[in-house]
Design a binder for this molecule. Structure first.
Ligand code: GLU
Ligand code: MG
Length: 438
């Protein structure tokens, strides 16, 4: 006779450390909890990826609520009678207003401003790379179909669980690095796209554990070996839902608003990269010859640009206008998807307001150019460390206009505390500390 069990559900949110934290309740109370959520406290957002709170603006003071979001449910059925049910939530004040530091509310508000000012809505997709320790490691496995063998059950359960939760898998592939894989899901409106990024990562991690393995999304798992990027794809729709990114006669196929949006994203990238590439080891990935990003250049057929125009085959019956999109590459999964996409929206919108011209494209790699040539083309170098990126962010008038002062202060304090915890450790130790948590 099996012992009695009672199911529970957790309401959680992706915090500054991009960990899902929250509180649970008996499943029987779901309807009540959909309306009122669970209690929360401001300082919880200061728990860093290593589980510590080196500093906090709030101490023990304050009460908030974590309220389930519509469409936030994820159910992971392990097929053995156990299932996990969690619901992504928004953090609100006790009078029901968005909390000044709620990452999901930050993105919602950025998308709302974009739409109100320009009539454009943003569609996005987060492309993830990760290491799966349940796969064998063989020297010849870069992009090789043999990489899946022995681990097919994991990947098939991953696809099925994503689909069961409304994420439509698009591609799955063995990546270049040992035991490294990439998975993409279909694009969705901005807020939902960020929800999908959070859901995908948690589903991949949870299923891996059932196989006694780990799925690590850490930006660099092993020093010197190609990292795990997150490439954030985006495009525009107009007020009628029509594609508004492409213009065959525009610069590199970009419609005028997208050209300025792209220019804003690149102009301000050094100011906000502490949010898109937010860990100490993120900067080990943002190096030349890593196929990630090093300068703030726009790439056409260049996978080492911060921003890349993704080519759409122009033959057959392909609808170029609806598939045309850009990809931001200076991001990784240590970052919170709502904050990452929110920063891109703010920077892009600044580009539209400033009526910036389309960004320049280098012929070949900017590495081949002189400093003066790069400067003339507007290719800035990204900050080289997290601490340098935080200094830059703190002194940015632009960022101060985008983030609520509470959020900016909490973010910088959180990240400086995290950096101090791995400072002075050798790179291999830093990478293994991060691989344990991402
Ligand atoms: N692994 C690379 C990165 O860190 C990306 C490789 C690719 O172009 O897919 O972003
Ligand atoms: Mg890839």
């Amino acid at each position: 006779m099996p012992l009695p069990r009672e199911p529970f559900i957790t309401i959680a949110y992706a915090d500054i450390a991009n960990q899902l934290r929250g509180k649970g309740f008996p499943a029987a109370d779901l309807e009540k909890r959909r309306a009122h959520g669970v209690g929360w406290t401001p300082t919880n957002i200061m728990i860093n990826c290593f589980g510590r709170i080196p500093a906090t603006p709030w101490g023990a003071i304050g009460d908030l609520e974590l309220v389930p979001a519509e469409g936030g449910d994820v159910i992971i059925d392990h097929g053995d009678g156990t299932r996990e049910h969690f619901i992504l939530g928004d953090v609100r004040t006790l009078d029901g207003q968005p909390w000044s530091c709620c990452p999901r509310s930050f993105l919602r508000s950025a998308l709302g401003t974009l739409e109100a000012e320009t009539g454009l809505s943003l569609i996005a997709a987060f492309e993830h790379e990760f290491h799966y320790t349940g796969a064998r490691e063989r020297q010849a496995d870069a992009y090789a179909i043999g990489s899946y063998r022995g681990a097919e059950a994991y990947f098939e359960m991953l696809l099925a669980t994503l689909r069961a939760n409304g994420l439509e898998p698009d591609t799955i592939l063995p990546e270049y690095g040992p035991r490294q894989f990439e998975i993409t899901v279909d694009p969705a409106p901005g807020l939902e796209a960020a929800d999908r990024a959070v859901k995908l990562k948690e589903i991949a991690r949870a299923l891996a554990e059932r196989f006694g393995a780990r799925a690590s999304f850490s930006p660099v798992v092993t020093p010197g070996i190609v990292g795990n990027g997150v490439h954030i794809h985006f495009s525009f729709r107009d007020r009628h839902g029509r594609p508004a990114t492409y213009d065959a006669d525009g610069p590199h196929g970009m419609a005028p608003a997208m050209a300025s949006f792209a220019a804003g994203i690149l102009k301000y990238a050094p100011d906000y990269v502490a949010v898109t590439a937010p860990s100490v080891i993120s900067y080990e990935r943002l190096k030349p010859n890593s196929w990630s990003a090093f300068w703030t250049n726009l790439g056409v057929m260049d996978r080492e640009a911060s921003l890349r125009i993704c080519p759409v085959p122009e033959h057959g019956d392909v609808d170029v206008a609806s598939r045309f999109n850009l990809e931001f590459r200076a991001a990784d999964a240590a970052g919170n998807p709502y904050l990452q996409l929110g920063m891109l929206v703010h920077a892009g919108l600044a580009g539209i307001r400033e009526k910036l011209a389309a960004p320049n494209v280098a012929q070949g790699s900017p590495a081949a150019l002189s400093d003066a040539e790069r400067e003339a083309l507007g290719f800035q170098e990204l900050p080289r460390t997290l601490v340098a990126a935080l200094d830059r962010m703190e002194s940015s008038a632009a960022v101060a206009g985008w983030m609520h002062p509470d959020l900016l202060k909490a973010y910088v304090m959180h990240k400086r505390g995290e950096a101090s915890m791995v400072e002075g450790l050798d790179l291999a130790t830093q990478c293994s500390r991060y691989a344990e948590v991402y």
